[in-house]
Design a protein. Structure first.
Length: 165
């Protein structure tokens, strides 16, 4: 059974709030780097980028992290850093759903070798089932779910929705 938790209009409000939170925490930055997990993480990052561009003049670079969400492993995250200067910059990792934290831990790996100012994490949905020491700095919605339930973020015809499956 599929139950809609958030429709597109609700998600838009949440993403706008997240953009304001990101701006409040990073108002003194001239540039931010959004590094997003391929798939829905990239879609969430792009939507937040649009919202943030409406409220601030912070320059935003978007990087895509290619990683297997089913079986993430050490050194499995691939991101093209050529042409992107990360020294003394803040990187915000984006994903659609934070479940155990495994994917985000491994997605951080390519950035840990760079002289960054900070790494922050933004997720649309936090399920609160942490197995790894990662938490989100910016959370759209926090859901208490069972381990058997699944949260699905879908994008159809430019509209994003969240479902509990």
């Amino acid at each position: 059974m599929k139950t809609q938790i958030l429709d597109h209009k609700q998600v838009q409000k949440i993403l706008r709030r997240m953009a304001y939170q990101i701006y409040e925490k990073n108002f003194d930055r001239k540039e931010l780097v959004f590094a997003a997990i391929k798939g829905q993480g990239v879609e969430v990052a792009k939507l937040v980028q649009t919202e943030l561009s409406d409220i601030s003049k912070i320059k935003i670079s978007l990087l895509e992290i290619d990683i297997s969400k089913d079986k993430p492993a050490f050194n499995s995250a691939k991101v093209n850093l050529s042409g992107t200067k990360l020294a003394a910059k803040t990187v915000i990792l984006f994903d659609d759903v934070l479940n155990t934290g495994r994917t985000l831990v491994f997605a951080m790996h390519p950035f840990l070798q760079e002289p960054l100012e900070a790494i922050q994490v933004a997720v649309l949905v936090d399920r609160n089932h942490k197995s790894f020491p990662v938490s989100a700095d910016f959370i759209g919605i926090s859901l208490q779910t069972t381990m058997q339930e699944h949260v699905s973020v879908t994008m159809k015809a430019g509209k994003i929705s969240v479902y509990l499956v």
